[in-house]
Design a protein around this ligand. Structure first.
Ligand code: FE2
Ligand code: FE2
Length: 396
């Protein structure tokens, strides 16, 4: 995890290039139509409430005197839908970035804590989504460490890969352990879809005579300097998305999981997928569509057209907010204390509420009391005087 790539030249060049700017203007013209926004039923609320610690008896629980602070930052309401569904919960864990245990146990400790908390959910989660970057360097040993930790969970588990899981052996171990993506399943009236947004980098290694370790090392930096715009959905998965949705009524709820955000946040760090425009063309008719993504390791919220996107926490470390493109709808999280490696991280506790107002509610399970910054100076945004927030797309 290198933090010294913020002002990467490759990324800056990409952002400034004529072609990129032209493509960006075109995307905005097509996608961000005035007045188009998610369901009228949407509401964003921030509630803080306390629940009994799930980890009774652990040091962490003792430290918080038996109470675990929890915050609900997003309350996303779906309007009433014909056809019954029932309320249920599911959980998200991602970006554990595990090293072999003899190298570093910090990340193992945090992944174990998240898994224990998910296992302790009451009522239990119906399933877990693992959102990618289980390993740090794609090492089968790292993936096996993660497999063992997550196997402690008795609920159903569904996996999508991150770039850190992939580029040592091009996904061979991942696919063997966790199965291939994309996939889809229906659960209690909601269609869930998992995408692989990481495996489609252009070959930068063969011509440079790079071995697998060097290739993986390059992909493991924040800017993926040589990897360029590696994050993408790809034509096959666009077709998969299209055919999967075509059998689903446009007013019924859909949740799409992806490692990278399905919109353009900050391309130099691959905080996007390069073909996000095509994704939005496909999902445009659907009125209750939510994207949950990892990779950005930070609290994020955005709306583009009728789709809302939620950036989930990592268990490993929080990335800083990008120097531009942070969606203006995002209430940024507080700056984490670098001296406390349990700070700024956590997992996601999601509830799908049935009833008149169907809603997906995301609760950021961050291991601290105050999660959202109340002033720019308290968050990772506002550090850089040139930082540019993106206005609400539909408000342009
Ligand atoms: Fe990550
Ligand atoms: Fe990632």
């Amino acid at each position: 995890m290198s933090l010294d790539h913020h002002h990467d030249e490759h990324g800056d060049e990409l952002l400034k290039s004529e072609d990129f700017q032209k493509a960006r203007r075109e995307m905005r013209r097509v996608l961000w139509r005035p007045g188009v926004k998610p369901d009228q039923g949407v509401s964003i609320t921030r509630r803080i409430f306390l629940n009994r610690a799930l980890l009774a008896g652990t040091a962490a629980a003792a430290a918080s005197a038996g109470w675990l602070p929890r915050i609900n930052t997003l309350d996303m309401a779906f309007a009433q839908e014909a056809g019954g569904t029932e309320t249920f919960k599911f959980a998200w864990i991602s970006d554990t970035h595990l090293y072999p245990k003899e190298v570093n146990t910090r990340f193992v400790d945090k992944a174990v804590r998240a898994v224990k908390e998910v296992q302790g959910m009451d009522p239990p989660a119906d399933f877990l989504i693992f959102g990618g970057d289980l390993a740090q360097l794609g090492d089968p040993v790292e993936l096996q460490v993660g497999n063992e930790i997550i196997s402690e969970l008795s609920i159903n588990k569904h996996f999508i890969p991150g770039e850190h899981d992939w580029y040592l052996d091009m996904g061979q171990t991942w696919n063997k352990m966790f199965g291939q993506s994309p996939w889809t399943f229906d659960h209690k009236g909601v269609r869930f879809i998992g995408l692989d947004t990481v495996s489609r980098a252009q070959d930068f290694w063969t011509a440079r005579k790079m071995g697998p370790v060097e290739r993986m090392g390059n992909m493991a930096t924040l800017d993926g300097a040589l990897g360029g715009a590696w994050a993408g959905v790809g034509q096959e998965q666009l077709d998969f998305l299209d055919s999967t949705l075509s059998g689903w009524s446009t007013d019924r709820p859909v949740v799409i999981f992806s490692h990278n955000p399905l919109y353009e946040y900050y391309p130099p760090w691959n905080f996007w997928v390069r073909d996000w425009r095509q994704v939005h063309e496909i999902v445009a008719p659907y009125t209750k569509i939510t994207n949950l993504h990892g990779h950005t390791h930070q609290v994020l919220y955005n709306e583009i057209g009728a789709m809302r996107s939620i950036g989930m926490l990592a268990t490993s470390w929080p990335w800083p907010y990008a120097p531009e493109g942070v969606p203006a709808l995002t209430q940024p999280m507080v700056r984490a204390n670098p001296g406390d490696h349990f700070d700024g991280v956590g997992w996601g506790n999601l509830t799908f509420h049935a009833g008149d107002r169907q809603e997906v509610e995301n609760e950021y399970m961050m291991w601290r009391q105050d999660i959202l910054a109340t002033a720019a100076v308290d968050s990772g945004t506002g550090d850089n005087p040139t930082q540019v927030l993106s206005p609400r797309p539909a408000g342009r």
